[in-house]
Write a protein that binds this ligand. Structure first.
Ligand code: TXA
Ligand code: MG
Length: 328
């Protein structure tokens, strides 16, 4: 199948709307990462998304809507907790989990009776979702296990040839996936970390719990291999040039690309990709940097100058990308 990339505008929205309403798949931009969208009401179409991504079918998809009034397309039991969180953070990088209604195909939720719902930020994407008039189930538009796509080209790299259309909205503002929160009870439970933090949610709801990794898996997606580049990767928690040089020396038989803070760019003899300075810049640039680096390296060394407490969402992605190979 030929895959076309089109800038997202009134004309391409019309085409995308027809494809999705007829049961096809379209990749679209959000402020977090690109999504691989299909009507959440069409079980057979949802199955094809799992196939295209190579995704385990016990891992549920998030439903995307264009405005808060459309939440009843997904659920007849939206809790006060969910409304508080959506009102504060939407449109934006947050997903609330509530009871699903029976119009949402079982394939979307992998048989669970709950559904994740989110309102993405880009105006044009919301126009598309409103025009479709049905919730759009969409996982991140990467092949399963790969870094999430934050540009239309990254989507093409993984999914090109398998879907008819990629809507191009430029590079995603946030750069990592939404925070997922179970809102079925009074106290929300954080299932997946993201730009919106536990503290942010506590400001709105008073309390927020965190699902323990050892508890019964509440967010099935968190147990799989994720976000991994094609080559090896190790992370060192430092910004100290001497330590980075030592790590390079220890692997001198390998082709190395270092990813890190902009201050180390001119200090090393191997290729360095700068992620910027702030945690926001690191998040924004992270997945794309992995995709650039893996094309040249046998080993990616990520020099991370932040503590976990100050960048939990980012840290969580990094831990998975390098399969826990992190040195203090
Ligand atoms: O930012 C995002 O959330 C992006 C963009 C495209 O919106 N989407 C995304 O989808 O990251 P995906 O499929 O890669 O991750 C969905 C996550 C998984 O960890 C999944 O287990 C969890 O959300 N999830 C979805 N529905 C759930 C439910 N009913 N209960 C618990 N976890 C759920
Ligand atoms: Mg994903």
């Amino acid at each position: 199948m030929e895959t076309v990339i089109k800038k997202i505008n009134t004309k391409s929205i019309e085409i995308a709307k027809s494809i999705i309403r007829e049961g096809g798949i379209v990749a679209f931009p959000t402020e977090t990462v690109y999504g691989l969208g299909v009507s959440a009401y069409k079980g057979n179409s949802v199955k094809t998304v799992f196939e295209v991504k190579g995704r385990p079918n016990d891992n549920p998809l998030i439903c995307h809507i264009g405005r808060i009034e459309d939440i009843n397309l997904c659920s007849n039991n939206v809790t006060t907790t969910a409304m508080k969180i959506l009102t504060e953070f939407s449109p934006g990088p947050i997903t609330v989990v509530v009871d699903k209604n029976n119009k949402i195909a079982d394939e979307v939720t992998a048989g669970l009776d709950s559904v994740g719902i989110r309102i993405p930020k880009p105006q044009k994407t919301r126009e598309l979702l409103i025009a479709i008039g049905q919730p759009v189930a969409a996982p991140s538009a990467n092949t399963s296990t790969r870094p999430s796509p934050t540009t239309a080209n990254a989507v093409f790299e993984d999914i090109g040839g398998k879907i008819p259309l990629i809507l191009d909205g430029g590079s995603c503002e946030v750069g990592i996936e939404s925070t997922v929160v179970d809102c079925r009870n009074d106290i929300p439970i954080l299932l997946r970390a993201g730009k919106i933090t536990k503290k942010d949610i506590e400001k709105v709801c008073g309390k927020c719990e965190v699902a323990l990794p050892t508890s019964k898996v509440r967010s099935p997606g968190v147990k799989y291999k994720h976000y991994a580049p094609k080559c090896d990767m190790q992370t060192i928690l430092t910004n100290d040039v001497e330590r980075i040089k030592k790590a390079i020396f220890d692997n001198k038989d390998k082709k190395i690309v270092v990813i890190g803070n902009e201050h180390i760019v001119n200090e090393l003899e191997v290729q360095v990709i700068s992620l910027g300075n702030s945690t926001e810049e690191f998040m924004h640039n992270y997945f794309n940097a992995l995709r650039i680096a893996e094309k040249k390296a046998d080993l990616i060394i990520l020099a991370l100058p932040f503590k976990k407490e100050n960048a939990e969402g980012l840290f969580n992605r990094i831990e998975k990308s390098c399969a826990g190979n992190i040195r203090k």
